[in-house]
Every structure is written in C-alpha cells, then in structure tokens.
Design a protein around this ligand. Structure first.
Ligand SMILES: CCC/C=C/C(=O)SCCNC(=O)CCNC(=O)[C@H](O)C(C)(C)COP(=O)([O-])OP(=O)([O-])OC[C@H]1O[C@@H](n2cnc3c(N)ncnc32)[C@H](O)[C@@H]1OP(=O)([O-])[O-]
Ligand SMILES: NC(=O)C1=CN([C@@H]2O[C@H](COP(=O)(O)OP(=O)(O)OC[C@H]3O[C@@H](n4cnc5c(N)ncnc54)[C@H](OP(=O)(O)O)[C@@H]3O)[C@@H](O)[C@H]2O)C=CC1
Length: 314
C-alpha cells in the first residue's frame, strides 16, 4: 500500500487510523516539536500529523490524565500507520513561568534541539463581559496571551535565537469583536499582534512566527465539553458561508504548511481557518431584543430641544 494514498486500517465507521496528511511522508524527519494542548482536540491532530511526517513530538499541558489518554491514543494510531516517530509527554501549565522554562530546557536536553513550537494550548469560558470576575479575566488572558508570550520567549532564548526555528500561535475569530468571549478576544488580538512583532524581531535569527485563527467551528468533543454542552457546535455550520463546521485536521494541515519550507517566506502572518465565517457573521451571538438606541443629527437635536434651546447654543 502506498504511504501517500489515503487509506484506513480499521472499520470505516470508527476511522481511528485514517491517514490524512496531504504532506509527503518524512517531511519533518529529524525535527523536534512542542505542541501545547497536544493531548486533545486540535493539538492532538497536530501532534499526530507531525509524528506521521517523521517529527519527534513533545505534547504538554496541565492535566496528566488527559495527556496520558491522548498519548495512548496517538501511539496506538501511530503503530497502525506503520510510522515510527517519538512521542514524549510533559506536564506544563503555560501560565507558570518556571514550568515553561523547564518544558523548553527538558526538551532541548532530551532531544538536543527544538525546531518547532506550536502554541495551541488555550481556551476560555462563555460570559457577558460585564459579569467576568477579575480572576476569570486574568485566567483567560494569562492562558492565551501571557502563556503564548512565555513559550515564545523561552523557545527563542533557550534555542531558536542561535539555531532558527518556526513558531505557530493560536488565535480565534475575534476580528469583529468577541461578544460573550471578550477576555479571549482581547487576548487573541494580542497574540495576533505579538506574532507580527516577533516575526520582525526574530527574522534575523531565522525564526519565523505565524498564527492560525480557527473560527468557532472546529468540532472536537473536548472543546465542546469545556462549555458543558456537547451540542455547542450544532447550528454553527448554517452560519458559515461553506455551510459546515471545520475539522481538527483542517487546522493541523494549515499548521504543517506554516512549519514547512513551503512557507519559508511567510512570517508575522495569521491565517483564518473558518470557512469564510469571520467575513460574514459573528458566531455564537444573537442580538438581544432591545429598542433602537438614540440617534444623533443636527435636526434631531433641534427637534428634541426646541428652536430656542438650540439657538441659545449658537
Ligand atoms: C463555540 C465553540 C468555540 C470554541 C472555541 C474554543 O476555544 S474551544 C477550546 C475550549 N477549551 C478550553 O477552553 C480549555 C481551557 N480552558 C480553561 O481551562 C478555563 O476556561 C480557563 C482558561 C478559565 C482556566 O480555568 P482554571 O480553572 O484553570 O483557572 P483559574 O483557577 O485561574 O480561574 C478560574 C476562574 O475563572 C472564572 N471562570 C471559569 N469558568 C467560568 C465560567 N464557566 N463562568 C464564569 N467564570 C468562570 C472564575 O472567575 C474562576 O474562579 P472563581 O471566581 O470561580 O474562583
Ligand atoms: N475548537 C474551536 O472551534 C476553536 C478552538 N480554538 C483554540 O484552539 C486551541 C485548541 O482548542 P481545542 O482543541 O478545540 O479544545 P481543547 O479544549 O480540546 O484544547 C485545549 C487544550 O489546551 C490545553 N490547555 C489549556 N490551558 C492550558 C494551560 N494553562 N497550560 C497548558 N495547556 C493548557 C488543554 O489541556 P489541559 O486541560 O491538560 O491543560 C487542552 O489540551 C485552543 O487554544 C482553543 O481556544 C480557537 C478557535 C476555535
């Protein structure tokens, strides 16, 4: 069977061992990557595709049990694909500076290098902004913005500054504001801006820094569980120009492209992966039923205040 062809090793209904990479096998042989949040959802898909392409992958996040079950699934899948690549698991809270330093140094000590950093780990909760407590605001900003900053800084200072490398950050559809996710929208806008800054500052070290921005539409059970509603993605497809939600593999392939030599002249960029959603609607938010706000015009002031009051202002 050709390694390049799309093939399944299991029952079509289960499809756990489907080979899906559009990139050539061996593309990332000899490379070493860290994928934060690599035990679940989008991060797990990225880890799988990198391993499939020959990369050594370290997956890192806060929860040991999620990492362990994710790693077990990935290893079983890898065995069935017939690919050989090294998967390593390290616990790390990206909000904790010491844990971030240790994640990078352990990776460099263990594998002798760090070529790729994928800052996928992150998230938020849904809330009206007026009701977000400071602790909750800080938790989300520290996770998505500060965590990304710490990971980038340590990867650069400990390895990439003198050896080059590629970083891919994670944003979201916050282009038109983020009703019900104000904390995360603000943090991800910061990530997009940080990506541009680092793309410029670190180009001299042969480090490219890019970002992907999935719409609120990439279906994964762990993402849905975070909102306590496994049906959270239902109905979103209808609001997307492509009339469907996205897959974790559709994010992973964009990440692999950005890591690949095919993207060697691209830095500071953010790629939207949202089926056109961000050009069309603001997802997950319907305008509340309310009366129109007050309108301003010279005539409306004149009408409201009367000719005498308006004249007295002249
Ligand atoms: C439509 C789908 C689109 C999908 C998009 C995705 O991104 S999918 C990806 C989806 N995956 C993820 O998002 C995974 C990662 N996400 C997470 O782990 C959490 O969302 C986190 C980032 C808030 C960290 O949480 P943590 O517990 O480790 O942090 P902590 O202990 O430092 O601060 C906790 C404080 O935060 C607040 N607070 C928390 N929840 C709520 C709430 N529901 N309500 C209100 N407030 C809430 C609260 O203030 C609480 O403290 P308090 O006042 O109660 O003492
Ligand atoms: N699914 C979607 O539609 C969209 C997703 N995104 C973003 O894509 C990324 C992946 O999300 P997805 O796979 O869908 O959802 P998941 O909830 O499955 O993934 C979130 C991952 O981040 C890890 N994580 C969270 N906080 C930390 C932390 N402080 N330190 C280290 N790791 C952390 C989690 O692991 P652990 O709990 O073990 O720490 C988990 O593996 C997230 O940044 C998400 O916000 C953006 C737009 C849309």
């Amino acid at each position: 069977m050709s390694q390049r062809s799309s093939s399944t090793f299991e029952n079509e209904c289960q499809k756990p061992f489907a080979l899906s990479s559009v990139f050539r096998p061996g593309l990332f042989e000899g490379r070493v990557a860290i994928v934060t949040g690599g035990g679940t959802g989008i991060g797990k898909a990225i880890a799988k595709e990198l391993l499939f392409l020959g990369c050594t992958v370290v997956i890192a996040s806060r929860k040991k049990d999620r990492l362990a079950s994710g790693a077990e699934e990935i290893r079983t899948w890898l065995t069935h694909t017939g690919q050989q690549a090294t998967l390593h698991v390290l616990q790390c809270n990206i909000r904790n500076e010491e844990e971030v330093k240790s994640l990078i140094s352990t990776t460099v000590l263990t594998y002798g290098k760090l070529d790729f950093l994928i800052n996928n780990g992150g998230g938020q909760f849904i809330s009206n902004t007026a009701e977000i407590r400071l602790k909750g605001w800080n938790a989300v900003v520290e996770t998505n913005l500060t965590g990304t900053f710490l990971m980038c800084r340590e990867a650069y200072n400990q390895w990439m500054k003198h050896h080059g490398g590629v970083i891919v950050n994670m944003a979201m559809d916050m282009w038109k504001g983020s009703p019900l996710m104000g904390h995360s929208g603000a943090a991800r806008a910061g990530v997009v801006n940080l990506t541009k800054t680092l793309g410029v500052e670190w180009a001299q070290s042969n480090v490219r820094v890019n970002c992907v921005a999935p719409g609120s539409s990439i279906v994964s059970p762990t993402a849905a569980a975070n909102y306590g509603d496994l049906n959270v993605f239902d109905g979103i497809g209808a609001t997307i120009p492509m009339k469907r939600t996205g897959t974790v593999e559709e994010v992973s392939s964009a990440v692999c492209f950005l890591l690949s030599p095919g993207a060697s002249f691209i830095t500071g960029e953010t790629i939207r992966i949202d089926g056109g959603q961000s050009f069309y609607t603001t997802p997950t938010y319907s305008l509340p039923d309310s009366k129109p706000t007050d309108k301003y015009s010279w005539q409306s002031c004149f009408d409201a205040e009367g000719p005498e009051a308006a004249k007295s202002k002249l």
